[in-house]
Ligand binder design. Structure first.
Ligand code: CP
Ligand code: NVA
Length: 309
């Protein structure tokens, strides 16, 4: 059994194994409908329990299809209906019950410590479905999408991020270290990654650079990633923050500084960080990106449950 809380904790070899399995599974079910089960139904009889403390559309749907396609089932808990939040039941007792009834637990949370606390008491794997510091299932899936579209290992590509230093960037930074790719980050000076992340970057390697000029950050880019300037539960002065990011809007003019065939990716939902022309252009691969989450999350589930071939 393995947990999937942060890409940092997983070896590159295991991450590669997950991506390889996802590719094989995706290819093998090209003619199947969404709810048809993969050959061998590897998770037959298994239950994934999901809980979202914050909104979700894609993560919820993609984990639903992922476990179904592996032959298992899922149950989504509403935190406001649990004793954990309403009646003061402990994480320890909740975790023991989850372990007795389910085979994996996917949690989207507002507090990174909760993932660690659950992990302490669960005897089933926990998967981080987004936390304040990271969004690992999203980024592993995005590595898959980039390699699928570019038909090259990501280490041979220039990746740019234009946007806030948020959870999605946190995982992209770790991925850049795990998969050894160039990452240029473009953001206003006051919104750079925090000290802890900067130290992590320095300690590991130095293929990551930060620019306060968006044009410089996208020069020679094969892929431009972005995300909303204001994340869920971002406790900031929203108008002020949006104003500070005004020059970082992704439009045709900015895309012209990147390579001609540069693609645009965005985890969604979107905000004002990208204009409609770029978002709906042929270089934008956001719908393919969202769909791929099903395939990669299937292999993450198999990895966690310990049956990844
Ligand atoms: N990208 C993503 O995680 O989307 P949701 O918040 O809709 O799950
Ligand atoms: N950074 C965004 C990602 C949403 C999928 C947020 O945390 O709201």
């Amino acid at each position: 059994m393995k947990h999937f809380i942060n890409l940092k904790d997983i070896t590159t070899q295991d991450l590669r194994k997950i991506l390889k399995d996802a590719k094989k599974r995706k290819n093998a079910r090209k003619k199947l409908n969404n709810l048809e089960v993969d050959k061998g139904a590897p998770l037959r009889g298994k239950l994934l329990i999901q809980m979202f403390e914050k909104s979700s559309l894609r993560t919820r749907l993609s984990f639903y299809l992922a476990i179904k396609q592996l032959g298992g089932s899922t149950l989504t808990l509403r935190p406001d209906e649990l004793h954990l939040t309403k009646g003061g039941e402990s994480i320890e007792d909740t975790a023991k019950i989850l372990s007795n009834f389910g085979n994996a637990f996917m949690l989207r949370t507002d507090d990174d410590r909760k993932l660690e606390e659950f992990k302490k008491y669960l005897s089933i794997p926990i998967i981080n479905g987004l936390s304040p510091s990271s969004h690992p299932t999203q980024i592993l899936s995005d590595v898959f999408t980039v390699e699928e579209i570019k038909k090259k290992p990501i280490s041979k590509l220039n990746i740019s991020w234009i946007g806030d230093s948020n959870n999605v960037l946190g995982s992209l930074i770790v991925a850049s270290i795990k998969f050894s790719f160039n990452l240029k980050i473009g953001c206003p000076r006051n919104y750079q990654p925090n000290k802890g992340i900067m130290n992590y970057i320095k300690k590991n390697r130095n293929k990551i650079s930060i620019y306060n000029n968006p044009k410089k950050a996208v020069e020679e880019a094969d892929v431009i990633f972005s995300d909303k300037v204001i994340s869920m539960n971002d406790k900031v002065n929203k108008n002020k923050k949006l104003k500070n990011f005004k020059n970082f809007k992704i439009n045709k003019k900015l895309m012209n500084f990147a390579k001609k065939n540069c693609i645009f990716l965005h985890c969604l939902p979107r905000g004002e960080e990208v204009d409609e022309q770029v978002f709906s252009s042929k270089n934008s691969k956001v719908w393919q990106q969202a769909k791929n989450r099903v395939h990669v999350q299937k292999s993450i589930l198999l990895y966690c449950i310990g049956i990844l071939r």
